[in-house]
Design a protein around this ligand. Structure first.
Ligand SMILES: C[S@@+](CC[C@H](N)C(=O)[O-])C[C@H]1O[C@@H](n2cnc3c(N)ncnc32)[C@H](O)[C@@H]1O
Length: 305
């Protein structure tokens, strides 16, 4: 794996995590450890748990962090943090989406730029892959994921083209799918700056990895994972992810959810989190010029009350 990698909004995340040298931290999306390395360096007696659902990330991390006694690796899903480790923590970081090696290695099937098998699984042990979604899901299911998860305006046309083509021949490679997507789009859309297959690939990837429900489960469990004063720092890359985080943080911050007409509170809800910055933190101009992956990044931060 190449070492050329810029962790997104690194200094902002470190500042927001407000690392205590003796604290316990979780990097729920280890990737290739760009954020983890800087967290680990700031710990003395503290501990860092690095989680990733991709076994290749965990194997890479074990080697890269061989000299660090206080770093532990867990192959698992960040939504299972409560069962993956015991006790509460001082900080959790999530840097959502796919990692550079996942994108760069054509055989993982995430890239619309290089030919590879239609896979897109972050956890190569999971049952559902992109080939099954593309060849077996109904027109309506395909249209829905392209529209909802990919925010693709030509979702119907692309889903129809997929259904038509798969009747002739199984769709098994990424570039075969790219050609089908292109054939369904109007010429003007093909001239846009964004790659024509970007949104469709995003939609399929989110479905294959069940990404949004995992974020939702994580957010539901979050207050129970953090010590008082502990922080969650979450980097999102598209509006669907950001909306989930924003909404969950705001809900956790609210004291009472009784209807305004209720004379007294009957819900008994207490706030569990405090939102640290109401507006998301965005990448600096400097980072935008050096790190293209940061373009759509937003960081949201909340602290356990
Ligand atoms: C954007 S990369 C993280 C990059 C990392 N911060 C770095 O600097 O190298 C996201 C990583 O999170 C992992 N991932 C995504 N969703 C996950 C989940 N629900 N549970 C565990 N790992 C997940 C992916 O496999 C990928 O390796």
């Amino acid at each position: 794996m190449s070492e050329l990698h810029f962790p997104v909004m690194l200094s902002e995340c470190l500042e927001m995590l407000d690392i205590k040298p003796c604290g316990t931290y979780v990097d729920g999306t280890f990737g290739r450890g760009g954020h983890s390395m800087e967290i680990a360096k700031r710990l003395t007696d503290g501990k860092l748990y690095c989680i990733d659902r991709d076994i290749t990330a965990i194997e890479y991390g074990k080697e890269k962090f061989a000299g660090f006694d206080n770093v532990r690796f867990i192959k698992g899903n960040f939504c299972d943090v409560p069962s993956l480790m015991s006790g509460k923590v001082d900080g959790i970081l999530l840097d959502l989406g796919v990692s550079s090696p996942q994108l760069d290695e054509a055989e993982r099937g995430f890239s619309y730029m290089a030919d590879g098998p239609l896979d897109m699984r972050m956890d190569t042990g999971s049952a559902l892959n992109a080939k099954t979604v593309v060849n077996e899901w109904s027109f309506e299911e395909l249209r829905r994921i392209l529209f909802t998860y990919g925010e693709e305006r030509y979702s119907s046309k692309i889903a129809s083209a997929i259904v038509r083509e798969r009747e002739k021949k199984e769709i098994s490679s990424t570039l075969q799918l790219v050609e089908i997507i292109k054939s369904a789009m109007p010429a003007a859309a093909l001239r846009e700056k964004q790659h024509p297959a970007k949104r469709t690939f995003q939609g399929i990837r989110i479905a294959v990895n069940d990404e949004l429900s995992e974020i939702e489960t994580f957010l539901e469990n979050l207050p129970a994972m953090l010590k008082p004063g502990g922080r969650a720092v979450i980097i999102t890359f598209h509006s669907l992810e950001d909306r989930l985080v924003k909404h969950a943080f705001r809900t956790a911050e609210k004291p009472c959810v009784c209807p305004p007409s209720a004379p007294v509170c009957v819900c008994g809800k207490k706030p569990t989190l405090k939102v640290i910055s109401n507006k998301p933190i965005l990448p600096s101009e400097d980072e935008l010029s050096k790190n293209p992956r940061s373009r759509s990044a937003k960081v949201r931060v909340a602290e356990r009350l």
